[in-house]
Design a protein around this ligand. Structure first.
Ligand code: MRU
Length: 364
């Protein structure tokens, strides 16, 4: 699979700076209208980038947190500083388990080292986690293509539906749910993607943007149109990412995923969840135990876009006093998930399915 490109230039969502102890990110709050990068140099920069969703998507949040810890240790690396940086970053977003997974991995490696050795080791390990993410996403693409190819051969084309952004922008490269899409497209399959807008933060616009960069045909739909398209037999499979997969196969993903899974089940359309190992929480028994992030109500009350003069603009749709609830994720029960696609292959969404793919987790 070739690297993801912007204007034909291979680009990653996060890059360690070559000239400084810093990382450069794409500011995803400016997309799809403006492509700009930002430099993170401190723990506070990394904390802000994750909280404000300048970086977002479970795997990318995890890698950013790992680098945030490395940036913190470059300034102070005693035990208290390590614990404080861990706590600061772990509190940024609660649902995507990749965050805690990456921080725990870093802490397990760093805690036994002398403070003098920690900063260098942290920087190196964050880079290893980032490279692993790239390799795993590439493999998810290959594994997912194995599921999609027979459908494409039967129909002569592939119409897929996705939700939120589980693409290149949500990871370091390739994506999770979109990795099989890119693999299919690069293999010459006639593939088209229905992209749901994903209110309130409209991550579907990021999906449309990155699919356009790669030349993959796609159509944006309002979230409410998904059920209609599924009943019209316009969709061969639904493919989404995950923020946390519980041991029983329940899946936390962007709010609205549940409704797509429900409609797909009623329509007899396969519903696939693509995620790397870092998204599976073997310590979490079921979806009921997954914390669901509740975000600011203004994400629902206020919309963003370009005004008629082409300037970025915020429009308040309803007064600030309007009661709003804004859960960022929902839980799709394992019984509605046709398969989970990981870097090791596909499995049923169940305890046995996950543990057969990751036997080492049986004894962890
Ligand atoms: O709130 P976000 O934009 O971070 O949520 C992202 C999602 O829900 C993605 O679908 C999920 O993280 C999988 S990303 C590869």
């Amino acid at each position: 699979m070739p690297d993801m490109k912007i204007n034909d230039v291979p680009t990653r969502t996060l890059r360690p700076a070559t000239d400084a102890r810093a990382v450069d990110i794409i500011d995803q709050t400016a997309l799809p209208h403006d492509f700009r990068t930002l430099r993170l140099t401190t723990l506070e920069d990394a904390e802000h980038a994750i909280r404000s969703m300048q970086v977002r998507g479970a795997p990318l949040i995890g890698v950013t947190a790992a680098y945030g810890l490395a940036l913190a240790l470059a300034r102070r690396a005693d035990d208290a500083a390590l614990a404080a940086a861990f706590a600061t970053l772990a509190a940024t977003r609660p649902t995507a388990v990749n965050l805690r997974w990456a921080l725990t991995r870093m802490q397990t490696l760093l805690a036994p080292l002398t403070p003098a050795a920690r900063a260098e080791a942290a920087w190196h390990e964050a880079g290893v986690i980032a490279e692993e993410d790239v390799a795993q996403c590439r493999r998810i693409g290959e594994r997912g293509l194995e599921l999609l190819r027979p459908i494409a051969e039967r129909r002569g084309r592939l119409d897929l539906m996705t939700h939120c952004n589980a693409g290149w922008l949500a990871t370091i490269d390739y994506g999770t749910a979109l990795a099989p899409v890119y693999a299919a497209f690069d293999a010459g399959i006639d593939v088209h993607v229905w992209v749901s807008e994903t209110r309130p933060r409209n991550q579907g616009l990021l999906t449309a943007w990155e699919l356009r960069q790669h030349g993959v045909p796609h159509t944006l739909i309002a979230d409410n149109a998904a059920g209609f398209l599924l009943t019209r037999e316009e969709v061969d499979a639904v493919l989404v990412g995950a923020d946390r997969i519980a041991l029983n196969g329940d899946v936390a993903n962007k709010v609205g995923t549940y409704l797509k899974a429900l409609a797909a089940r009623e329509a007899g359309v396969p519903f696939y969840v693509a995620a790397p190992r870092s998204t599976i929480d073997f310590e979490c028994a079921s979806g009921a135990a997954i914390p669901i992030e509740e975000r600011d109500g203004d994400e629902v009350r206020v919309v963003h876009g370009l005004d008629s003069a082409g300037q970025t603009s915020r429009i308040r749709q309803i007064p600030a006093v309007a009661a709003v609830i804004n859960p960022a994720f929902d839980i799709t029960p394992a019984r509605w998930v046709s398969a989970i696609v990981t870097e090791r292959g596909s499995c049923p969404a169940s305890r046995d399915g996950l543990l057969d793919l990751y036997p080492e987790a049986r004894h962890a």
